[in-house]
Design a protein around this ligand. Sequence first.
Ligand code: ATP
Ligand code: MN
Length: 463
Amino acid sequence: MDKSSVALARQPAAVGRQVQLSGWVRTRRDSKGGFSFLELNDGSCFGNIQVIADGKLANYESEVKKLTAGSSVTVSGEVRASPAQGQPTEIHAETVTVHGGADPETYALQKKRHSFEFLRTLAHLRPRTNTFGAVARVRNCVCRSIHDFFQEQGFLYVHPPIITGSDCEGAGQMFKVTTLDLGKLPRQGQAVDFAQDFFGRPTYLTVSGQLEAEVFACSLGKVYTFGPTFRAENSNTSRHLAEFWMVEPEMAFYDLHDNMDLAEAFLKRIIRDVLQRCPEDMQFFNERIDPAVIATLEGVADSEFIRLSYTEAVDRLQKSGATFEFPAAWGNDLQAEHERYLTEQTFKRPVILYDYPSTIKPFYMRLNDDGRTVRAMDVLVPRVGEIIGGSQREERLDVLERRMKEQGLDPEAYWWYLDLRRYGTVPHSGFGLGLERTVQFVTGMGNIRDVIPFPRTPGNAEF
Ligand code: ATP
Ligand code: MN
């Protein structure tokens, strides 16, 4: 008999088929009629399938009647139309093979609802809960959409290094990579002698694959990267991880407006795919996590994003009459409270802010003619705030070198990046989308630690 899945067996078309299903028991209920109902889940979809285990099964008394939540089984039998409400099909078991029990005295996932905080201490078991199963499927769907979107448009998937010698953001919040003995560091005078380290120089975990993506965009046209990214920022917020996944498209011959158009189409595509491919999971998020999430996503998929310069945004925030913990002021980075005000109060939809002050953005963003703003763009969405950060890149060698020096960076160290401007320079643009913030946005989940399998945050790397 073929191995099947709960997802397939739950479809009305499966009625009459013999199937073999393997998974974990969510609940067991015994009927007075001398048989039992098992709710079986195998992760293939949100819903369980009801298995009817007859008292005549050889192992009914010895095993089936002892099954508890979390036990693993393989069931074979026929799919029948179910007389019960809310489930099209059920399985009439001919055999139930028990693989492993789960002692209810010690197994932590009993039927009651657990807090997400508690479940974070059980990162190895939480994928067995409704919420984390749904998050895992939606996260997978988002990743598939990301690849589909770019592949369909002729982008090449490129792989920048994870260990890097350059600090893309110039912010210095990087994890060091070393094989030196920390108890016995080799010294050159006072300083650590990195010449003796594995790579013969200081190296870090990447904060962004952008500079390397630019190399490929400036050779092959349209590319994207998609991989893990690391930031050693000590921020304990619901939107920051020390290890997260970022998608970074980079396109030659794209200006900032092309970049905005791409970002908007990209986000809408992800949203439409999730609504279409994960209806059951999304229904769950709408019922249990955020009662507005589906309506919000449908609204975003169908509306045009607002495009507003940073200067206009600051002006609007100042004139809004709202009180903020940090009043908005030209020249300061916008706070999450400002981003949320714009998307949730002022416009009630995503907002793309552009042309930020040069002083608060990295050296590689293209300087505007006003000399004080750069062609940056941030895409802000309700609840989450910044979900995408991007820019048109500075393609003029002299301006780029000047900006590096202004920000205290040594152009020599970026000689290969500058070569892209020395030889056949082109206007180009790109952006970075945080995968976890995207999953937060589409699911309505409040904390970023609950949308990545094993979150890395300050003080936490248990699993
Ligand atoms: P923020 O201001 O919110 O800290 P950022 O400006 O540092 O973000 P970028 O460098 O523009 O972020 O990175 C691009 C995208 O990567 C962000 O828009 C966000 O979606 C995501 N991102 C950035 N930092 C983190 C983080 N620590 N954890 C999770 N996602 C992140
Ligand atoms: Mn940003």
